[in-house]
Every structure is written in structure tokens, then in C-alpha cells.
Design a protein around this ligand. Structure first.
Ligand code: GUN
Length: 295
């Protein structure tokens, strides 16, 4: 059994980027700039945005955080987005989701310039991905593909079960893994909250990717021997005996499932660090496109 070390792979990717940034700066170019837009004070969103900012600085990107009160109107937020689209010093930006209920997320995503859309959530980027054209891929699916590639896990002809159909993880992954190309060619099943007989499906799967946000959901009696497990869940559960009072776990009961797996990602330290690394990779791509450099 091999534990997939997302932290190590993410750090390799970040080192590669750091060298590219240093080379660009030594030629007199400004470094890439990533902006994060945060609305409200959701603790998980704050934590994500702060870790994106700190990872940006470590590799030599500059970054800014635009933080707004949760009562900002939809029109005001859209004008912030339009300003970011115009700002030539901002190569890339993300609007952290979820947004408050009075703001239409789809309207905001549609307003983002697709060339700066490093989340890959704009329908133009999603459509390009569907067509197999170069596009910004959403960071978590992109990170999962990269882990599969760097660990040389075969996907061709394999039965992949994705549990969860979110726009951010499950749906893009189902497209990417089924595509006719290296790292694709899988037979993909997408399961979700209305799926019946999930265990019957999971027992057949060669690769299981969980992204539904149910702590410790997947157990060893639901998987076959030799299965590859990729866990994109990050859930906080009470842990009164710890100093923080909580601990982070995935959608997979890691200790229970690991004996049956050939490869497995831990939480934390698996998919999570890859998401940030791929966001930075996308930011580098946005920068090179806008500066007319080759990637
Ligand atoms: N909320 C949870 N994951 C993400 C993400 O990848 N990007 C953005 N913008 N918001 C998120």
C-alpha cells in the first residue's frame, strides 16, 4: 500500500514555479499577481484564502485580498469583478465561494474574464475543457489528475467511481477521466445523494474518488482489494481530547480502508495541498498568456 503524498508533490510543483518566477523577474518582468475576493467571515473560507495568499508569497507571486462585508450588494460585487477584469496588474483572481445567499453566484462567475479565471469555473473554460481544448482546469480536479500522473496510476480501461457531482470537483473530474487521452480513457460512474445501491458500485470500482463532504463515509467493506482511493473531502469533526477541539478528516475512513487499498490519499496532506499548487500553476499560466511568454 502506498500513501499518496500530496504535500510532497505540491511542494515539487511550487518549487518548479518558484524557479520560473525567479527567471522572469531576473529578466526585468514583474512577478505574477493573484487576487482573492472574499465576502463575509466564514472561517473555512478565511482559512482557504489565507493559505492561498501565503503559498503565493512563498513562490514569489504578489497577491492581494479584497475583503467585503457579507452585506455587499450583488451590483457592488459585480463592479469589483469588472474592475479586476480591467486591472492590468492583476493576472488572475478568484472569488471565494460560497457567496451569501442574496448574491447570484452564477452571475458573478459569468462576469469573470475567462483569461483571469484561474478557478476554471467560467462556462467558457468549462466548455473548453469539455471540448478537450486548452483551458483553466478547476484546481482540485487538476490536482487529482496530477497526483494520478505523478504516481503513474493507470486509468485506461479502469472503472472509476466518483462520489459527488459538484461543479468544483465531481463533474469536471468525470469529464477529464473519461476523455480519450493519456491519463483518461477510464469508464466513469458518478454517484450522488440520490444514487441507489452505492455499495454495489463501489465494490466494483478500481479507483474511487470521494468528494461529497461526509466525514469518514467510505468504509473497508465497501471497497475491493487493491482499490485506489483519492479523497477530496475535508471535514472538521469534534475531537475534545485535542487542543483545538476538532480534527480534519476526509470522506474516507482512512485507517479502516487503508489495508485494502493499493494507493490512498491521507487527509490532511493528500488532495488539499494539490488544490493550492494547481491554483498557482493556473496563475502562472494566466500570467504567461497575458505577458506573451511561453509557459
Ligand atoms: N470554495 C471551495 N473551494 C473553492 C475553490 O476552489 N475556489 C473558490 N473560489 N471557492 C471555493
Amino acid at each position: 500500500m502506498t500513501i499518496i503524498d500530496g504535500k510532497k508533490v505540491a511542494s515539487e510543483i511550487k518549487n518548479e514555479l518558484k524557479q520560473k518566477v525567479a527567471a522572469a523577474v531576473s529578466k526585468g518582468l514583474r512577478p505574477p499577481h493573484l487576487t482573492a475576493v472574499l465576502v463575509g467571515n466564514d472561517p473555512a473560507s478565511w482559512a482557504y484564502v489565507k493559505s492561498k495568499e501565503s503559498a503565493s508569497h512563498k513562490i514569489g507571486f504578489t497577491s492581494s485580498l479584497l475583503h467585503f462585508d457579507e452585506h455587499i450588494s450583488e451590483a457592488e460585487l459585480l463592479s469589483v469583478v469588472h474592475e479586476l477584469n480591467r486591472d492590468t496588474n492583476v493576472d488572475a483572481y478568484i472569488v471565494q465561494l460560497p457567496l451569501p445567499k442574496h448574491i447570484d453566484e452564477q452571475k458573478v462567475i459569468l462576469a469573470v474574464n475567462p483569461l483571469k479565471d484561474v478557478d476554471g469555473f467560467h462556462p467558457l473554460n468549462l466548455g473548453k475543457m469539455l471540448a478537450g481544448l486548452p483551458a483553466f482546469l478547476p484546481a482540485t480536479p487538476y490536482g487529482i489528475l496530477e497526483l494520478i500522473k505523478r504516481y503513474q496510476i493507470p486509468t485506461q480501461g479502469k472503472h472509476v467511481l466518483i462520489i459527488g457531482r459538484s461543479l468544483i470537483v465531481g463533474r469536471p473530474l468525470s469529464i477529464l477521466l473519461g476523455q480519450k487521452r493519456q491519463g483518461g480513457n477510464a469508464t466513469v460512474t458518478v454517484a450522488h445523494s440520490k444514487t441507489q445501491n452505492l455499495k454495489q458500485l463501489s465494490l466494483q470500482a478500481d479507483i474511487i474518488i470521494t468528494a461529497m463532504g461526509k466525514p469518514l463515509f467510505l468504509k473497508s467493506d465497501m471497497v475491493k482489494n487493491g482499490v485506489v482511493i483519492i479523497d477530496a473531502g475535508i471535514n472538521s469533526i469534534d475531537a475534545p481530547q485535542t487542543q483545538r477541539g476538532y480534527r480534519l478528516v476526509g470522506d474516507v475512513d482512512f485507517e479502516n480502508v487503508r489495508q485494502k487499498a493499493s494507493y490512498i490519499t491521507p487527509v490532511p496532506g493528500g488532495v488539499g495541498p494539490m488544490t493550492i499548487a494547481m491554483l498557482l500553476q493556473n496563475t502562472w499560466k494566466a500570467y504567461t498568456l497575458q505577458q506573451g511568454l511561453s509557459e
